[in-house]
Design a binder for this molecule. Sequence first.
Ligand code: ADP
Ligand code: MG
Length: 497
Amino acid sequence: MNQMRPLGSMPAFLDGRPKKLLIDGKWVEARSGKTFVTLNPSTGEPLDPCAEAGPEDVDLAVAAARRAFEGPWSRFTPAERQKVILRLADLIAERYDELALLDTLDMGQPISMRPFMEPLVLGIYRFCAAQALSLDGETIPNSVPGNILSYTLREPVGVVAGIIPWNGPLFGATWKVAPVLATGCTLILKPAEQASLSCLLLGQLCLEAGVPPGVINVVTGFGDTAGAALAAHMDVDKVSFTGSTETGRKIVQASAGNMKRLTMELGGKSPNIVFADADLDAAVPGAAMAAFANSGQVCSAGSRLFVQRSIYEEFTQRVADFAKSLPLGNSLDPSTVLGPLVSEEQLKRVVGYLESGRDQGALPLSGGARAIDGDLANGYFVPPTIFANVTEDMKISREEIFGPVISAIPFDNLDDVLVRANDTVFGLGSGVWTTDVRKAHKLASRIRAGSVWVNCYQAMDPAVPFGGFKMSGYGKENGKHHIQEFLNVKAVWINTD
Ligand code: ADP
Ligand code: MG
């Protein structure tokens, strides 16, 4: 990967790429002929335009997905679906340079994150490929008089809309595409308007892997038009959504018309708890990266940092020093650890939170304002910020910021911190740093969140379920539970008398 790759040297896929939607295995223009452009957030420069799908394009995509669901795809054996997924995984591996580059250009994910992202993305396809062979039901002894055999079948739910955010487009798309292919569903993938390009290349690779026309459709466009049309569509059986809690609520409401199945992976304000007995040399970078990785644009970011009072000052200062040492810059530079925020809109939101923190009396130990040194002025950069002097009624300790911002709050003991950790409308991630196994287990069982990471943070594996409690949503991604989200259970009774 060459450093600071100029915009002139786009990946092959971007050069002259048609500004089209993938519907029914063909690249077609939006009916309206409209397109929209996204910006490279590291430089503010425009990228390739995308077709802007409207409700009429969504109708075509849903109809194609329905035909595919009922057509040849429904006769693919599990082994044939597995083969397609494994072929797709191999193609993604071959073209990963381009896919990673597209996400880096489009939403500013540092190219240096590739060693974490690539194995996870490929692993999810391969895990789902394995699952395709075990969509088994049960035989259930029953007490109904006579000889009646009862068993269950697991069947694909049907046409799925996958609506994803911009904070990791290829990864977000993988969480929809892989289980859809494993279960025999079909998909209309709606990438986020801020970052759609890697999803288009992924759509192309699906075709090359032998996914039949109409099984995976990609419609680029805006949330309140294309997204809303999918959420309300009477012929979509399920929405698998990843995004903000606010938009998630709208989708739940829009889905009521035909009682869609839903998976909701929403926002968070996850507690990360550091006890005085923790291995602080591990906890300092652990707490920093729990909140700062991907510039804080991670739904399960550990943004509420609870530090035991006896080490509060020392620990927060060490996190601040670590934050200041993290290279902030153009995401294409391999030495960059933290890139820009995705857009000017997001920059304004995050800067608004920084101002609100200062206005309410919080003290930034690092960062605290937009970074505008040299070239950074053209992009949307916020340096990693840790606020001390934070109280729990402040906006910065209650609302999801989705930027590189830690609110550090002191606590006295386990019972005290447990109450505070759970005092949030969200329940996605959580962290505990301690060398005391008793504290670890107690908190692991009492924190109300879908993931508890002890002496680590944000660990993720294709086989381990991830998903929220409370207003962080419902349903799981990764693991065997992920697959079940895309299956209906049917009970069959056979009277053998
Ligand atoms: P953000 O506000 O950070 O952009 P969102 O949750 O709004 O995050 O966006 C996540 C995804 O949801 C994007 O693909 C977006 O286009 C889509 N979206 C936004 N609003 C709606 C809506 N009303 N209905 C369906 N999808 C939507
Ligand atoms: Mg939005």
